[in-house]
Design a protein around this ligand. Sequence first.
Ligand SMILES: [Zn+2]
Length: 251
Amino acid sequence: MVHPDELSMLQEVVSVCHRLSEKDMVSATDGNVSVRTKTGTFYTTRSSVPKGDVTVNDILEVDRTGKPVGGIGKPSTELKMHLFIYEQRPDVNAIVHAHPAFATAFAAAGQAIDKPVLPEVLVMMGKIPLAEYATPSTDEVPESIRPFVQEHNAMLLANHGAVTYGTTLQQAYLTMEKLEHTARITLYARLLGGERPLSQRQIEDLMAVSEKSYGKKIYLDVNNGEKTDALYSETDIYEILKRVLQRLENK
Ligand SMILES: [Zn+2]
């Protein structure tokens, strides 16, 4: 007998799978969804099931090593990536992996979505990095996302798709939806002559209000994952220092 809390968790996974399918963010049997349970195991979608057809019977329970402990069938092919994110990020309780067309187009073109263009996207996701290509389902996939996993909740997987995660499944799903929408807008902006990034001053103003207004700090450092603990990249810091010095000189 499934506990009511667990049943509602399973139903939430099912509902997110259906939304991914309805919103065209997966095709055929693409994508996978998982959540962390209170006992430290994980519910994950079974492999080879179209996300639009997923039922609670298509969700398996696995332990932290990926060994199935409940349910029938084989776990999703990208389980290693999910487990790696859960291991690295104790704050993360849900992960969505999908192949949405616009985001995956950027991933296929080898382009991160890392220009600071839309304020609400910067607040929600920061810049969206591109993890190097890795053969799907192998240990290469966790390694490819290692440089970004701590500071980003959304990333593109080169020549593959995208992964998003959060403290709740709703948050992980909405981040995927937002990522896809951002990719679409970025592509349209390029057709219209190219996106116009916010200025450093506009970013600073946004940073100043984001913690107060949205309760979130903005991480803008992607730098190909070289830095892991700074809000600003070296170039950002140099630019800010330069401007501070200029302002002091003008006084
Ligand atoms: Zn995939």
